[in-house]
Design a protein around this ligand. Structure first.
Ligand code: ATP
Ligand code: MG
Length: 334
C-alpha cells in the first residue's frame, strides 16, 4: 500500500499574514500537498497567549483560511482546520505539560521575547505553549514539520518530550523531524533588518501584509532600509548589508532569479531602481492571491464547509493518538 508521509503546520491568527508568513512557510506548502498527507491549521488557541480583540481574532481566523486556499492549498487535497475545533489539541497539550520541565520551558527564547514585549501579561499560556505546540505536532504523528528558524527550539522540545514519554510508555509518539527550507527561510522587517518581519509586533513598521494595497506595498519598499555604506550597490552580503540581502531574498523568491542574476540586473543602478523593482515584483506575486482570497472570503458557506470537513478529518486522526496516550498514562476508558 502506498502510504503517504504526513506533514503538519500552522500559523497563529495573531495578526494579518505577512510577506514573511508567505515567503517563509506558506508558499512552500502547496508543493507539499501532492506528495504528503498534509494538515494545515489556524492556531487560534496559540493566538490568545497574547490578548486579542475577539472580533478581530474571529475575522482573521477566517481570512487566514481564505488566504491559505488562495495560496494554493486545495481543501480537496489537504486537511485545513481551525485548531480550537479539534479539542484533542487542548487535551493532549495538558498531558504534555506534565512531561515538560520548568527549566526547559524557561529556556525558550520565544518566551523571553514575548514576555519582554508583553510585560503586563506574562501569563501561564505564554510559558507552556510549547507543550501545546508539541501536542499539535504529535497528535498527527507527522514524519516532519516545516518550520522557520524561530521555531526550531520548540521542535527540539517536542523531541525531548517524545523521548521522555516513549521512554516510560513505549513507542507512543513518532519522533518529529524539523524541515527548514533554505531560501526565504527568514524575511526581516523592511525597517529593521535585524528583526524578523512579524505579524503581531506593533513596533514593526516594516511589515507588508498579504492583502496590502499595491500602493501601500510600493511605499513600504521605497522606504525600506538598505545600508549606510557608501558603496550603494546591490550585492548579497548579509553580514554587512543585511537590509539589501533581505530585499534580495524577497526579490529572488518573487522572481525565481538567483542572487548572481540580481546583482547583474542592478549593476550600476543603485538602490533607487532596486527598491521599487522589489516592490513591483511583490505586488505582481500577490495580485492573484489577493483576488482569489477576496473571492473566497465572500463565500461564507464554502468556507464553513471547508473548516467543518477539515475539523472532522483532523479529529479522527487526532483521536487515535489521544486515546492511546490516555490509556498509557492510566485514564479509565470512557
Ligand atoms: P507572532 O508575531 O504572533 O509570533 P509570527 O509572524 O512570528 O507571529 P507565527 O504564527 O509565530 O508568526 O509563525 C508561523 C510560522 O511562520 C512559523 O513557522 C514561523 O517560523 C514563520 N514565520 C513567521 N515570520 C516569519 C518571517 N518573517 N520569515 C519567515 N518565516 C516566518
Ligand atoms: Mg512567532
Amino acid at each position: 500500500m502506498d502510504e503517504k508521509k504526513t506533514m503538519l503546520s500552522g500559523i497563529k491568527p495573531s495578526g494579518d499574514l505577512t510577506l514573511g508568513s508567505y515567503l517563509g512557510p506558506l508558499h512552500h506548502w502547496p508543493k507539499m500537498i501532492e506528495e504528503y498527507d498534509c494538515y494545515y491549521f489556524m492556531a487560534d488557541l496559540h493566538a490568545i497567549t497574547v490578548r486579542q480583540n475577539p472580533a478581530d481574532l474571529r475575522r482573521r481566523t477566517l481570512e487566514q483560511l481564505a488566504q491559505y486556499i488562495a495560496c494554493g492549498l486545495d481543501p480537496e487535497k489537504c486537511t485545513l482546520f481551525i485548531q480550537s475545533h479539534v479539542h484533542q489539541h487542548a487535551e493532549l497539550g495538558w498531558v504534555l505539560n506534565c512531561y515538560a520541565m520548568f527549566g526547559e520551558l524557561s529556556r525558550m527564547t520565544q518566551f523571553k521575547d514575548k514576555s519582554a514585549r508583553n510585560a503586563d501579561n506574562i501569563n501561564g499560556g505564554l510559558f507552556t505553549y510549547p507543550c501545546l505546540m508539541a501536542a499539535d505536532i504529535l497528535l498527527y504523528q507527522p514524519d516532519f514539520i516545516p518550520v522557520g528558524d524561530d521555531q526550531r527550539q520548540h521542535v527540539e522540545l517536542a523531541r525531548n518530550i517524545v523521548q521522555r514519554f516513549n521512554g516510560v510508555y513505549g513507542d507512543v509518539f513518532k519522533m518529529p523531524e524539523p524541515y527548514i527550507p533554505k531560501v526565504g527561510a527568514r524575511i526581516m522587517s523592511l525597517t529593521n533588518p535585524a528583526a524578523k518581519m512579524s505579524k503581531s509586533d506593533n513596533g514593526d513598521t516594516g511589515r507588508v501584509t498579504l492583502m496590502d494595497d499595491p500602493n501601500v506595498i510600493m511605499k513600504q519598499f521605497k522606504r525600506a532600509i538598505t545600508d549606510s555604506d557608501t558603496e550603494r550597490c546591490v550585492r548579497y552580503d548579509p553580514e554587512n548589508k543585511p537590509g539589501v540581502a533581505n530585499l534580495m531574498t524577497i526579490y529572488s523568491s518573487a522572481t525565481g532569479r538567483s542572487f548572481a542574476e540580481i546583482e547583474r540586473e542592478f549593476d550600476g543602478l543603485g538602490y533607487g531602481k532596486f527598491k521599487p523593482a522589489v516592490g513591483e515584483a511583490v505586488v505582481e506575486m500577490l495580485r492573484p492571491i489577493q483576488e482569489e482570497a477576496r473571492r473566497i472570503m465572500a463565500d461564507k458557506a464554502y468556507l464553513e464547509g471547508v473548516y467543518r470537513a477539515g475539523a472532522e478529518k483532523a479529529s479522527r486522526t487526532a483521536e487515535k493518538t489521544l486515546r492511546k496516550v490516555y490509556k498509557k498514562v492510566g485514564f479509565v476508558a470512557r
